[in-house]
Design a binder for this molecule. Structure first.
Ligand SMILES: *Cc1c(COP(=O)(O)O)cnc(C)c1O
Length: 431
């Protein structure tokens, strides 16, 4: 029996009259899998309810931020008590200092940090800062890495652009796009060659140290270390975009797992506790190039917003108190064991990737080490898989090219139900 989604359908029809494509961010529109999106009415713990009262085990978790699960009472309490004293001042507050101290403690490469209101702003500012610091114009990014919708970075980008088959956006001046050199991920030789081809011209290399925006792709052994060595040699600013991985995969993100100190890092998602947030930080010498100390301008009316700081600080505190990173790894392992057992029975036409609380199932024989290999996935079969799961009350991201997220609110029972539903769904999509 099909789920009734008539109210969602009505809302979507209405939304189409006022909002381009009916959504405020493209992937939400289900274009990657077909059909119409449901409208969320509420969410609690690991579940989200749609406007028709159907519930789904949610593996998007607001695209990463809701790492404690939805509507965690601690976050709600923090926001409520902060709001009582005013929701925005545009004047420095103690919480901003606390947040900055916390980030610099958890991520040792970050000696100075500035808050923004989105991950996009953070990467945009980090790139400008790297250009201002080095006096160079070109940057290197990698195919399929998504760094927000920044002009310079929307070249061969992942996530929504990829889902819609538009990794390059219209509206970006050619002169600007030409300053972005794009290379395949996980290919050190390509980076070495590019650095030699443009001596003294590359300001920065920016990457997702674990890619979450082409589905989940892990760095090959030695890749990140090699990038650090090459960027040091060529005096290029190394920017780790940890908007997705920061405060999710470890206290200190991927850089902690690999023991690497990038020059700059960008953050967002988890540090906002579900409120709009971003941050960028790194070596003092570089960060001090920012106004009012230095010549690189960067600002924000709502930067360091008291509600976002309160929610984010509470989320980080809860992660620590609840032994969050260890627990998320346990939950990830449980899901992985269940899914791999299923895949074993179904043959080897899938590639499963997981690190901690992030995962992806690619509909390809693999391997999947870069954008090109991810694109070999059978998107039609993924779309069937997605819709079968949705009917069973399991909500994966509506695209082959997005990672799944676990939260501390997911229970082993949720994971069992999910793996069982996946098994039935795979049965259906085998042609
Ligand atoms: C989500 C994301 C961004 C953009 O953050 P927004 O808050 O959506 O602007 C940038 N980089 C990475 C790696 C992301 O996953």
């Amino acid at each position: 029996m099909k789920m009734n989604r008539s109210r969602s359908q009505l809302f979507f029809k209405e939304a189409l009259q006022f909002i381009p494509g009916g959504v405020n961010s493209p992937v939400r529109a289900f274009r990657g899998v077909g059909g119409d999106p449901f409208f969320a009415q509420k969410a609690l713990g690991s579940k989200v309810w749609d406007e028709d009262g159907n519930s789904y085990i949610d593996y998007i978790c607001s695209w990463g931020p809701s790492i404690l699960g939805h509507a965690d009472p601690s976050i709600f309490g923090a926001i409520q008590s902060a709001a009582q004293n005013g929701v925005s001042f545009g004047i420095p507050t103690a919480r901003e200092v606390e947040m900055a101290r916390k980030i610099t403690q958890w991520v040792p490469s970050v000696e100075r940090v500035r808050m923004t209101s989105s991950g996009t702003e953070a990467t945009m500012s980090a790139v400008r800062l790297a250009r201002g610091f080095t006096g160079r114009d070109k940057i290197i990014k990698f195919e399929g890495c998504y760094h927000g919708h920044v002009d310079s970075l929307l070249v061969k980008a992942g996530s929504g652009g990829l889902t819609l088959g538009q990794p390059d956006s219209a509206g970006i001046p050619r002169a600007l796009a030409e300053l972005t050199v794009t290379l395949p991920y996980n290919d050190l030789e390509a980076v070495r060659q590019a650095l030699e081809l443009y001596p003294g011209e590359i300001a920065a290399i920016i990457l997702e140290p674990v890619v979450g925006n082409v589905g989940l792709i892990l760095p090959l052994p030695g890749y990140l270390e090699g990038l650090r060595t090459l960027t040091e040699k060529h005096e290029v600013v190394l920017i780790f975009d940890e908007v997705m991985t920061g405060f999710r995969l470890a206290k200190g993100g991927v850089q902690e797992l690999h023991g690497i100190r990038p020059d700059l890092s960008t953050f967002g998602k988890v540090i906002g506790g579900g409120l709009p947030v971003g941050a960028f930080g790194g070596r003092k010498e570089i960060m001090d190039f920012l106004a009012p100390l230095g010549p690189v301008y960067q600002a924000g009316t709502l930067s360091g917003n008291p509600l976002a700081m309160a929610a984010g600080l509470m989320q980080l505190q809860q992660l620590e108190e609840r032994n969050g990173f260890m627990r998320l790894e346990e939950l990830g392992q449980i899901l992985e064991d269940r899914v791999l057992a299923t895949l074993k029975r179904k043959g080897s036409r899938y590639v499963w990737h997981r690190i901690g609380s992030m995962f992806s199932l690619f509909f390809t024989e693999g391997p999947v080490r870069n954008l090109k290999e991810a694109m070999a996935s059978d998107r039609e079969r993924f779309a069937c898989f997605f819709h079968y799961l949705l009917e069973e009350g399991v909500y994966l991201a509506p695209s082959q090219f997005e990672a799944g997220f676990l939260s501390l609110a997911h229970t082993p029972e949720d994971l069992d139900l999910t793996a069982a539903a996946m098994e039935r769904a795979l049965e259906k999509v085998i042609r």
